[in-house]
Design a protein around this ligand. Structure first.
Ligand code: GLU
Length: 549
C-alpha cells in the first residue's frame, strides 16, 4: 500500500506538514522548572466544582513556577455544546479571580499558541492525522453504524471484548481499490489509529498525584478523526498539549482509563509525554456513605451556587485549598493573615482517593475568612453581591457607605473578631436593625418578667441616657436602673442569692436591647445606640413603651 497516496486521497486539502506546526509553535522560552498548564473545559453550559478544583491546581502550578496558565476551549463535540457556553466558562473563571496568561477571552483569543478553541484548529489536527496516514499509523474506516452494531452483537454473542480491533477491524487491512471505490461514492469515513498494542503488555507509569500506576497497552483501533473531519478528545489532547507546549496535564481521574491510548498517541506522533496529574473526585457524605457529587442531587456542585448564595470568592478558594493540599490548614493556622499565594502548593499533598466536600466546613472557613476582612472589604463584597442578587439592599448600602461601614466595623479587628457572616446573604438580616424600613421586632419579651418592670426600666433608661457617656458610664447607669427596680446590679450577686432579686442587670440590658434592636441577640448595644443616634434610639424605646400603656 502506498501510504503517501492514501494520505493525499484522504486529505487533499491539507498542504501543511507537522514541521510547519513545530515552527509556528516553537518551544517556549521560560525559566528552568517553569510549568505550563491549561484548563480545557467543554462549553456544556455547566461549570462545576471539579472545573474550579482543577483550575486552581493548574493556576498554582504554573504561577508558582514562573510558568504559563492557559484556557483552552474543548468544543469539538457539537452535540454537548450549548449557546453561550464559552462565555459561561470565561465568566465563571473570571468571577473566581483566575488569571489566564493566554487563551480564549470574551474578545477572541489571546496568546501566541492559539487558536485556543479546538473548533478553530481543524487544519492543525488534520495535518498530524495526514502524517499518521503517511506513516501507515492510521487508516480510513467506512463502516456504517449498522455494521458497527452488528460487530458489537457478534462480540456479545462470542463473549469477546467490545471494540474495533484484531479480526473485528474490518478496514484495517483493506486494499487501495476498496478504499478508492468508497471514496469515489463519497461514502463518509472516520480515521482510525492502527494500534500495535497488546493487552498482554503492561508497564508502569508515574502520575504526579496517583503515584505509580500500571498501564495495560491499548489494542483498539480507536477513531482519531470523525466523519465530520473533527477529532475526538483523545486526538485533540496530544496535538494541542504538544503544540501549546503544556508540561503538566491536570485533569479528573475519570480520564485514567483512556490514558493508555493517549500515551500511545503521544508516542506515535513523536511527542514528548507531559507530566500527568489525575485529580481525585470530589465526594460527599450522604447518610454515612461517601458518594460522588451529583449534578442532579447536589446544588453545591454548580459554581453558580456559590455566587448566588453569596459565598465570597476568597472563602471558596480558601476552602478548596484545604481539600487540595492536606497541609494547607496547618499552614493557615500558622499564617492566619498571609496571602494564600504564599502557600507552597504541591501535587504530592493532593488526595489520591477522593476529597470529601463538606458545605458545613466551607461555612466555617468562610466565617473565619470574612472575620479577618476589614469593614471596607466586607462592604465592597456585600455591595457587589447585592447589586446582582438583592438590588434594593445594594441601593440601601450605597446610599450611605460610611454608615454601612460603621455598622460592619462592630466587633471587627482585634484578636477575637465576630464571626457573623458565612455568606454575603447573611449580612442583610444582621444589619437590618440599622435600617428603619427593614427593622422589625423579631423577639418578644420572655413571659417570666413583670411587664411593669420592663416599662419602668425603659422609662428610667430614657431619663438617664446621655449619648456623651462612655461605655463604662453607660453601663453603670443600667446597673443603677437594675438596683432601683429590685434587680441585682451584678450578675454574680444574683447568682449568690437569687431569691433576693427579681432578676439581674443582664435582664435590664435585654429589656433595652429588645426595644432598640427588636432582638434578644444583637451586636454590642452601646455601639448600636451610637450608630443609630440618640434620636432613633429613644424613638424606638418610646415606640416599645406605647405597647405597655
Ligand atoms: N474537555 C475535557 C474535560 O472537560 C478536558 C480534559 C483535560 O483537561 O484534558 O473533561
Amino acid at each position: 500500500m502506498d501510504f503517501n497516496e492514501l494520505a493525499e486521497l484522504l486529505y487533499p486539502h491539507i498542504t501543511t506538514v507537522p514541521d510547519d506546526m513545530e515552527k509556528r509553535f516553537p518551544p517556549r522560552i521560560l525559566p528552568e522548572g517553569a510549568k505550563v498548564t491549561r484548563i480545557a473545559p467543554s462549553p456544556t453550559g455547566f461549570m462545576h466544582l471539579g472545573n474550579l478544583f482543577g483550575a486552581i491546581t493548574d493556576e498554582r502550578l504554573a504561577h508558582q513556577s514562573g510558568g504559563v496558565f492557559l484556557l483552552r476551549i474543548e468544543d469539538t463535540d457539537a452535540k454537548r455544546e450549548v449557546e453561550g457556553g464559552v462565555e459561561k466558562i470565561i465568566d465563571a473563571f473570571t468571577r473566581f479571580g483566575l488569571k489566564f496568561d493566554e487563551g480564549a477571552t470574551l474578545d477572541g483569543d489571546f496568546g501566541d499558541y492559539g487558536p485556543y478553541r479546538q473548533s478553530d484548529r481543524v487544519e492543525i489536527y488534520q495535518t498530524y492525522a495526514k502524517q499518521l496516514v503517511r506513516e501507515g499509523k492510521a487508516y480510513p474506516c467506512f463502516c456504517t453504524e449498522k455494521e458497527l452494531e452488528d460487530i458489537r452483537l457478534l462480540q456479545q454473542e462470542q463473549k469477546a471484548d467490545y471494540g474495533y480491533y484484531g479480526r473485528w477491524a474490518v478496514w484495517r487491512g483493506a486494499d487501495m481499490d476498496a478504499i478508492k471505490a468508497k471514496l469515489k461514492d463519497s461514502v463518509p469515513f472516520v480515521l482510525r489509529f492502527r494500534s500495535e498494542g497488546s493487552i498482554d503488555n503492561k508497564y508502569k507509569f508515574t502520575d504526579l498525584i496517583k503515584g505509580t500506576v500500571e498501564i495495560t497497552e491499548n489494542d483498539k483501533d480507536h477513531i482519531i478523526i470523525k466523519s465530520d473531519g473533527i477529532p475526538p478528545y483523545a486526538f485533540a489532547h496530544p496535538v494541542d498539549d504538544h503544540l501549546m507546549r503544556v508540561t503538566h496535564v491536570v485533569r479528573g481521574e475519570e480520564w485514567l482509563p483512556s490514558l493508555p491510548f493517549h500515551l500511545q498517541l503521544f508516542k506515535a506522533l513523536g511527542f514528548r509525554i507531559p507530566k500527568y496529574c489525575h485529580t481525585a473526585q470530589l465526594l460527599k457524605l450522604d447518610n454515612g456513605n461517601k458518594r460522588k457529587l451529583s449534578k442532579r442531587l447536589d446544588p453545591e456542585l454548580a459554581l453558580e451556587f456559590y455566587h448566588a448564595e453569596g459565598y465570597p470568592v476568597p472563602c471558596v478558594i480558601e476552602y478548596l485549598m484545604t481539600l487540595l493540599n492536606s497541609n494547607f490548614e496547618e499552614w493557615r493556622m500558622a499564617n492566619p493573615f498571609e496571602s494564600i499565594d504564599k502557600f507552597k502548593f504541591t501535587t504530592n499533598k493532593m488526595s489520591v482517593s477522593g476529597a470529601l466536600f463538606d458545605l458545613n466546613k466551607l461555612t466555617d472557613v468562610s466565617k473565619n475568612t470574612i472575620a479577618r476582612m476589614s469593614a471596607d472589604e466586607v462592604f465592597k463584597g456585600v455591595t457587589q453581591w447585592a447589586e446582582k442578587y438583592d438590588v434594593d439592599f445594594a441601593e440601601r448600602l450605597n446610599k450611605d457607605p460610611d454608615y454601612a461601614v460603621r455598622i460592619l466595623s462592630i466587633g471587627r479587628g482585634g484578636t477575637k473578631p465576630r464571626k457573623d457572616f458565612a455568606t454575603w446573604a447573611d449580612v442583610k438580616p444582621y444589619v437590618s436593625l440599622f435600617y428603619d424600613d427593614y427593622y422589625q421586632t423579631e423577639d418578644v419579651y420572655p413571659g417570666e418578667f413583670d411587664r411593669s418592670d420592663i416599662k419602668k426600666a425603659l422609662e428610667l433608661f430614657i431619663e438617664t441616657y446621655d449619648e456623651a457617656d462612655d461605655s463604662v458610664q453607660w453601663f453603670s447607669k443600667i446597673k443603677s436602673i437594675a438596683d432601683t427596680i429590685g434587680y441585682a446590679p451584678e450578675t454574680k450577686l444574683y447568682k449568690k442569692n437569687p431569691d433576693a432579686y427579681k432578676g439581674h442587670v443582664g435582664d435590664i440590658s435585654m429589656f433595652i436591647r429588645i426595644a432598640v434592636t427588636g432582638r434578644l441577640n444583637s451586636p454590642d448595644l452601646y455601639e448600636v445606640m451610637h450608630i443609630l443616634g440618640r434620636h432613633r434610639t429613644i424613638e424606638r424605646i418610646n415606640k416599645q413603651l406605647t405597647g405597655f400603656s
